[in-house]
Design a protein around this ligand. Structure first.
Ligand code: XMP
Length: 523
C-alpha cells in the first residue's frame, strides 16, 4: 500500500471483502471529507494501528461467511477500540465473530426495500440520527444475520430481514445489511456521515486543497533537483499530473506530447496552448504522424492496430526522452482504481476488464523512477484537483479518448483521407453536443467511420460514399454503459450538418447498443 501521498490526518480503512461497491464506499467517505482507503480483508490489527485509523468499515462481498474459503477478517480488529461499520457481508462477518449466527434468508432480497428504524434511543442516537423512521434502502443479499450476538441490539428491519441493522450495546460497533453507499439508498449518505461524524468523531479534513499542498511537498522531496519527464496525452489524468508537477518543480518539468496522427481536430493545438502558452511549461511536441501511419498501412485487424500503435508510441517516446539529459524521473497519471486493480485487488479479482487497454503504459526499461502523484485519487477527485490547479474546464471534463485514438474509430484500413473525414464528422458531433449542454451528462461521445458506402442523391448526381455512425454513451465506470437518449432534434441537426458540410459522407446512423453486450468503441 502506498501512503506516500497521504495528506489527511484522518484515515478510514475499508476492509475490502470483494464487493462491487467497495470503491464506491471509499469515494463516499472521501466525499464526506475523510480519507477512505481500501485495505486487504485480512489486514492484521498491528498493520491497522499503523494507519492511525479513526474507525473501520467492513465492505460487502459475494461470499457466504459460513462457506469454506470465504474471506475473513482478523478477530483482533474488534479489540482495537475503534468504531466499526459492517456493510452487508461486513455486517454478517462482524455478527459471526461477535457471537451471532448468519444463515440464508427465506428469500434473497435484491433491489429496493422498505426499512423501518426501531423507535427508541439506541436506534436514533447515532447511525440513524436524522433518518426518517420509514425509508427506502438498497438490498443485495441471500444470507442475513439470524441471531444477534449477546451484546447486540437490532436497530432496524425490512419485511424480509428482521435484523437489517444492529449495534453493540456498549461499543461503537454497527452493522447494516443494506448498502448505504449507493444512490438508491436515499438516506445512505446521511447514515455514512453519521458514522463518520457522530460515531468516529471525524474532523473532516480531507480536501483537495490540502491534498495539493502535501502532494507538491512530496514531489519536491522525491525528485530533489532532478528533471522530470511527463508524457501528455491530452487526457485529464496526464494533464492534472503535469499541472501538479509544474506547481511543484516549475522548469524542471519537461512534457512530451506525441502527435500520432490519430488525434481529433485541434487536439494538439489545445494541448500546446494550455501547457505552453498558459502554464509556460517546457513542452516538446513530436510529430510522428508519418511513422504511425506507415506502420499501420494496410492493417485492418483491431488488436494488431493496438499493438502497432503501442509499440510505435514507446519507440517515439523513448527517442524524445533520450533527448532530455539529466532526466531521472517519469511522471505518470496512475489513479487509485489502477493501483487497486493491478495487484492489490484484494478479494475482487475479476474487475480489471479495462486494464488491457493501457497502451500508454511505458515500460520499466526506460530506466526512470516513477512519480505518480495521483495514485491515491479517484477520477472525480482528479477532476476537482484539476480545477484547483486552474486547468481549463474543457480539459478537466474531457471525455476519455482511447490511446489508439481514431485508429479504432476508422474501421478497416486507416488512410489520411479517411481520418480527415472522420475528424470533420466527429468535430461537428461534439460541437453540437456541447452547444446543447449535453457534453457533461454523456460519458463518451464520438463518430465512427464505417467501411460501408451508401447512395446519396445530391443535385442531379448519385454518389456512393461512406457512412458515419454516431456513438454516445452514459456510464459511470465504463464497464457498463447505455446509449444516450439524445433528443431527436439534436440528432437531426448533427446529421444535416455532417452530410452537408463534410464532402464524402453520404449517411449518418446512430448506435443504440448497450454495453454489455456491445463495447463502447466499435473495434
Ligand atoms: P470498450 O470499447 O472496451 O471501452 O467498451 C471501454 C473504455 O476504454 C476505452 N478504450 C481504450 N482505451 N486504449 C485505451 O487507452 C484502447 O485500446 C482502448 N479501447 C477502448 C474506451 O474508449 C472506453 O472509454
Amino acid at each position: 500500500m502506498n501512503t506516500n501521498y497521504t495528506s489527511a490526518q484522518e484515515t478510514l480503512p475499508i476492509l475490502d471483502f470483494g464487493s462491487q461497491y467497495a470503491q464506491l464506499i471509499a469515494r463516499r467517505v472521501r466525499e464526506a471529507g475523510v480519507h477512505g482507503i481500501l485495505v486487504a480483508p485480512d489486514i492484521s490489527p498491528e498493520q491497522l494501528r499503523q494507519l492511525h485509523p479513526i474507525g473501520l468499515i467492513l465492505s460487502g462481498g459475494p461470499a457466504s461467511v459460513y462457506e469454506q474459503g470465504a474471506p475473513k477478517c482478523h478477530p483482533g480488529i474488534f479489540d482495537l477500540n475503534l468504531p466499526v461499520l459492517g456493510i452487508c457481508y461486513g455486517m454478517q462477518i462482524a455478527a459471526e465473530i461477535l457471537g451471532g449466527r448468519v444463515k440464508p434468508g427465506k428469500s434473497g432480497e435484491y433491489g429496493s426495500a422498505r426499512l423501518t428504524v426501531q423507535s427508541g434511543q439506541a436506534a436514533t442516537d447515532d447511525l440513524f440520527a436524522g433518518v426518517p423512521q420509514e425509508t427506502g434502502v438498497w438490498m443485495s443479499h441471500a444470507d442475513q444475520v439470524q441471531v444477534l450476538g449477546p451484546d447486540f441490539v437490532s436497530l432496524a428491519s425490512t419485511p424480509a430481514c428482521p435484523m437489517a441493522a444492529m449495534r453493540h450495546h456498549s461499543r461503537p460497533v454497527f452493522g447494516v445489511q443494506f448498502h448505504p453507499e449507493v444512490t438508491h439508498t436515499p438516506h445512505g449518505g446521511k447514515i455514512l456521515e453519521n458514522f463518520l461524524y457522530r460515531v468516529c468523531k471525524a474532523a473532516g479534513t480531507w480536501r483537495m486543497g490540502n491534498f495539493l499542498e502535501t502532494a507538491v511537498e512530496n514531489v519536491r522531496r522525491q525528485v530533489g533537483k532532478a528533471r522530470v519527464i511527463c508524457g501528455l496525452s491530452g487526457g485529464v489524468d496526464s494533464a492534472v499530473t503535469a499541472a501538479l508537477l509544474h506547481r511543484a518543480i516549475g522548469e524542471k518539468l519537461v512534457c512530451i506530447f506525441v502527435d500520432n496522427g490519430l488525434l481529433r481536430n485541434n487536439e494538439r493545438q489545445n494541448v500546446e496552448s494550455t501547457f505552453r502558452d498558459h502554464f509556460h511549461i517546457d513542452l516538446r511536441t513530436v510529430d510522428a504522424t508519418e511513422e504511425f501511419l506507415t506502420a499501420l498501412s494496410g492493417v485492418t485487424e483491431p488488436q494488431r492496430k493496438r499493438t502497432i500503435i503501442g509499440k510505435a508510441f514507446i519507440d517515439v517516446f523513448k527517442r524524445a526522452a533520450q533527448g532530455i539529459p539529466d532526466a531521472a524521473f517519469l511522471a505518470q497519471g496512475t489513479l487509485y482504481p489502477d493501483v487497486i486493480e493491478s495487484g492489490q485487488g484484494y478479494a475482487r479479482k475479476a474487475a480489471n476488464i479495462k486494464l488491457h487497454h493501457n497502451v500508454g503504459g511505458l515500460p520499466a526499461e526506460l530506466g526512470f523512477d516513477l512519480v505518480e502523484p495521483l495514485r491515491e485519487l479517484f477520477k472525480d477527485e482528479v477532476r476537482r484537483l484539476g480545477e484547483v490547479l486552474g486547468l481549463p474546464e474543457s480539459m478537466v471534463w474531457r471525455h476519455p479518448f482511447p490511446g489508439p485514438g481514431l485508429a479504432v474509430r476508422c474501421i478497416g484500413e486507416i488512410t489520411r483521407p479517411k481520418l480527415d473525414l472522420l475528424r470533420q464528422a466527429d468535430e461537428i458531433f461534439l460541437e453540437e453536443l456541447i452547444a446543447a449542454g449535453l457534453y457533461r451528462s454523456t460519458a463518451q461521445a464520438f463518430a465512427v467511420l464505417l467501411p460501408v458506402s451508401s447512395v446519396a442523391v445530391m443535385g442531379d448526381g448519385r454518389s456512393y460514399n461512406p457512412v458515419v455512425a454516431l456513438r454516445s454513451v452514459d456510464s459511470t465506470d465504463f464497464m457498463t454503459a447505455d446509449w444516450s437518449r439524445i433528443p431527436y432534434d439534436m440528432l437531426a441537426r448533427v446529421s444535416n450538418r455532417i452530410v452537408n458540410e463534410v464532402r464524402g459522407i453520404s449517411r449518418v446512423v446512430f448506435d443504440i447498443t448497450s454495453k454489455p453486450p456491445g463495447t463502447i468503441e466499435w473495434e
